[in-house]
Ligand binder design. Structure first.
Ligand SMILES: [Zn+2]
Length: 243
């Protein structure tokens, strides 16, 4: 077995209660291992001679605390990123949508070029609720069109589409042939969206992630490896809208 250097430092990963957690490990001239969560995420200060095993054991021992704090940290980071105002820019299809707040009958209007979205709010109504409604509808139209496009290319009937809004799950495919796609995919560039669409469609042929499955994906999305990577990176910076 390889000796895990006592000097290990930098970004590390650990599975805590089945979740992949990244943390920054710092070496300090100190006697005990310290855990802290600040605006940069989870940070661990360890004595110079502490082994990675000792650090991991401590993290595992405090996994409940760590996961709870990280959850709070994530939602704080997200609310900070999101103030719904006139002028707010929202990532959308690889570009940005500018929001305009106005008063009205709680309706929304897209500009012809799709680059601005007016939320005409009735008094006392939440801009977040209306915004999510607008984005969901917009994403739904697009996702359906992409699904129909690729289903045709794959030679399968266009499946039913259901929209989901989970935080980390982008799509799924049921054995009955309904495909669920996350409306938040609208925040990403089209090639990334297409990868997710193709991925779920490919499950209509292969209900697994076998080499045969990836061969189906590759036919319609030869750059799937790159797209999958981009999806993971983009997901981390995605604004999370709650309504
Ligand atoms: Zn899959």
């Amino acid at each position: 077995m390889a000796v895990r250097s006592a000097q290990t430092a930098g970004v590390q990963r650990i599975a805590l209660d089945g979740r992949d957690v990244a943390y920054t490990l710092m070496r300090r001239p100190r006697k005990t291992i310290g855990l802290a969560i600040d605006h940069r995420g989870l940070r661990v200060s360890a004595p110079l001679r502490a082994s990675l095993g000792e650090v991991e054991a401590l993290l595992a021992q405090h996994s409940g605390w760590v996961l709870k704090k990280l959850e709070v940290w994530r939602s704080a980071a997200n609310t900070q990123a999101l103030t719904i105002n006139t002028g707010t820019l929202l990532p959308w299809l690889g570009g940005e949508v500018q929001l305009i707040l106005a008063s009205g009958r709680n309706q929304f209007f897209w500009s012809g070029d799709g680059q601005s979205l007016t939320l005409a709010l009735a008094s006392g109504r939440s801009p977040a609720v209306l915004l999510v409604r607008a984005l969901k509808e917009r994403a739904g139209d697009l996702l359906y069109a992409r699904l129909a496009h690729y289903a045709k290319q794959m030679g399968v009937p266009v499946p039913n589409l259901a929209l989901s809004s989970a935080r980390t799950r982008w799509g799924s495919c049921s054995c009955r042939g309904t495909i669920r796609l996350n409306w938040r995919l609208g925040h990403f560039p089209l090639p990334v969206i297409d990868y997710v669409v193709v991925h779920e469609l490919a499950h209509l042929k292969e209900m697994n992630h076998s080499p045969r499955f990836w061969a189906v994906v590759e036919q319609l999305c030869p750059e799937w490896r790159q797209r999958r990577l981009e999806l993971r990176q983009l997901a981390r910076q995605m604004p999370v809208l709650r309504a």
